[in-house]
Design a protein around this ligand. Sequence first.
Ligand code: ADP
Ligand code: MG
Length: 283
Amino acid sequence: MKLHAFKIRIQVFLYLTSSQPFSKGEGQEEVLSFGEDLGEVLIQQVKSNHMETILNLQQVSKTYKSGSRVLTVLDNVSFAVQAGSALSIVGPSGSGKTTLLGLCAGLDRSSSGNVELQHMQLEVLNEDQLASVRNKYVGFIFQNFQLMPTLTALENVMVPLELRGEKKVRARSMDLLDKVGLADRSHHYPAQLSGGEQQRVSIARAFANRPRILFADEPTGNLDAETSGKIVNLIFDLNKEAGTTLLLVTHNAELAARTQRIIHLKGGKIVADKPTTTTVSNI
Ligand code: ADP
Ligand code: MG
């Protein structure tokens, strides 16, 4: 193994065993098993995108216990997403948007109900298998970036590719950083980057494994109008060119209007789920 690949694996291990956000049971075994065969749980993939449902939630709830009280963060949420489509999730702060995205992406587990992603029921997968599904199919742009502080911008983008054992990892990662306008900051650590720059590294990393489905949690929240326009175009290019399914959480009406469908969340419930009526042309 090359030295940089080794460094990245060690850092991923240290990071996940200390302060990983969705940390339930995640640790060394999971990290080392990224890219492992999913074995019997991998139901045969449908090759064609035609009318394929890539994500299906049935009566999904998420609750947290706090002392004797139960806090219901998501309450019987059901919806299906067609492969290759783009949808927005909107709603006030605290309505459960980030929680919902985490459940859909296999980063977190529901309290009840079913989440089916890429024809796999996530509830029955163990942590290793979930990690493998994420690495194989999912890109995730976190609201709070979730970059590894001990890795440079370039190394952060390289992580998913190294874990998949891909070739030309450095060149491809540089290319992705270039696409988000950060080629000249590749050797900087997250602490040396502004919020907007960290967000762009997080976006480059989410694109790295050519995901079938991209989850983005307020992807333009920290960006100025010009950078935001460029990043949004990049995200929609991915949707158009690679057929990547998009699920965007956003407060940006213009961005939401570019997706085909908008789901409104309020108090953990879906209060509206409608096709987008406004058409906004590419910026
Ligand atoms: P949004 O992204 O729409 O702002 P979130 O999904 O982040 O909303 O949070 C929804 C609600 O769930 C909030 O009230 C939040 O405090 C609560 N919540 C989120 N994560 C946890 C947790 N780990 N423990 C307890 N409550 C949580
Ligand atoms: Mg949120």
